[in-house]
Design a protein. Structure first.
Length: 419
């Protein structure tokens, strides 16, 4: 005999009510009922809502009627030989709630997960098969953000792909900004929405005709927002006395990173195999994860000094970001700096002015290299190492303008002019 039990899986003010439908020992189905409740108003003993308020009495009555409806549907389906699956249970719930049945892939979060599951077969930016780990992580964060949006704005109701139009995007964008997310993070979310919808359309899933009109969003950093470590700051970090081996190790990675200009993931994956000799000169040769580009970076005397006793030991990017903030704090890298800081765990970063060590992250390595060596090393060579596609992108990255480049060229030619 099939049995029905309602349950909650969270203790929030907007907890989803699930129905667990046990057909036999091997077949136990569970789906959302479409109803939510404050966990405080839920009776664990009765597995139903309490009845102290009028709206709770109405909810209890609906859940009892749903149970009767499901049992009747079960008997009807068994007599017709219909397979009893989770999809069957969801269909019955939708029918009870007078909802038009929705296929799973019509749901935004379901399709995002499908896209993630098929990541090995998706074309990446390098026109190759397989999305990078960073891209997959970005999609997972995007899905989690959408789930929070559903909980707060739609009372946990699923967002359908066909309902994502220009109005939806604007409301979602406003919600993200109100939460304190950066322009770049919001822009990535909007780009992800467009990517998912267009991919769904290729699979004959209905989407809004307005999706192609959704505009991208990006942030240009002002020169004062460019966070990098100048030569004096790097020297202060080098001279600082650190008492923990983990911090000494992170310092070596940080200082090396500022001299080779690579992204955090590429930097921390360097091994002895990447260090080679070319015409009597030591170089680091690596294939960049994001671009797939093979680069060779000459090791300057300062870098060779760091590597005197070998490479620092491997650590995760998360730990690296954590440790270098502490290293810079001990080194008193405290100048007030525009940046973004996470004030609470599991919350978005907040833009403001903070002591510089608080806004330091792995990205400071690549930006410090590009900024400090601009004007000392020809720009095309720097771009080849940092893997910027255009000079405009490179100059924007370090907070320079085309006028700065013109001044640099004039200074170069003045040195060539006859005295």
């Amino acid at each position: 005999m099939a049995t029905i039990k309602y349950l909650l899986q969270s203790k929030s003010e907007t907890s989803n009510i699930y129905v667990r439908y046990s057909i036999d020992r091997k077949t136990v189905l569970k789906r959302k009922t479409g109803y939510v409740i404050n966990a405080k108003d839920w009776s664990e003993d009765k597995a139903l809502s309490k009845t102290g308020k009028e709206d709770l009495k109405v909810l209890k009555s609906k859940l009892e009627k749903l149970a009767i409806f499901l049992n009747n549907s079960y008997n009807d389906s068994v007599s017709k030989g219909i397979e009893l699956t989770g999809e069957w249970l969801m269909l019955q719930i939708d029918l009870f709630n007078n909802k038009v049945p929705v296929l799973e892939l019509d749901v935004l979060t379901t399709y995002i997960q499908k896209y993630i599951d098929e990541s090995n077969y998706k074309q990446n930016a390098k026109k190759e098969l397989g999305l990078s780990k960073g891209r997959i992580q970005n999609l997972k964060l995007f899905k989690n953000t959408i789930l929070r949006y559903e909980t707060e704005i739609f009372k946990s109701k699923s967002i359908l792909l066909k309902d994502i139009n220009l109005s939806f995007v604007e409301k979602y964008k406003t919600w993200l900004f109100d939460k304190g997310y950066s322009v770049n993070y919001v822009g990535k979310n909007i780009a992800n929405i467009k990517t998912i919808c267009l991919d769904a359309s290729k699979n004959d899933i209905e989407i809004s005709t307005q999706i192609k009109s959704v505009k991208g969003l990006s942030e240009s950093k002002a020169p004062e927002d460019i966070v990098f470590l100048n030569d004096d700051e790097q020297q202060a970090i080098k001279d600082t006395i650190l008492k923990r081996e983990s911090l000494n190790n992170a310092r070596k990675w940080l200082l090396l990173g500022c001299l080779i200009g690579q992204r955090g993931g590429d930097l921390l994956n360097i091994t002895e195999k990447n260090i080679k000799e070319l015409n009597g000169m030591k170089i680091i040769e690596l294939k960049q994860q994001k671009t797939g580009k093979l680069v060779a970076i000459p090791l300057l005397p300062e870098a060779l000094e760091i590597l005197t006793n070998g490479l620092p030991y491997k650590i995760s990017l998360v730990r690296f970001n954590e440790y270098i903030k502490e290293v810079c704090q001990i080194a008193e890298i405290n100048i007030p700096t525009n940046g973004r800081e996470k004030l609470k765990a599991n919350s978005p970063t907040v833009k403001g002015v903070f002591p510089k060590h608080k806004v330091i992250s792995s990205h400071v390595c690549r930006r410090s290299f590009a900024t400090n060596f601009y004007g000392r090393i020809p720009t095309p060579i720097l771009m080849n190492i940092t893997a910027h596609g255009t000079e405009r992108m490179f100059l924007n990255y370090i907070g320079k303008t085309t006028y700065d480049n013109a001044y640099q060229m004039l200074e170069y030619f003045s040195k060539l002019a006859p005295k």
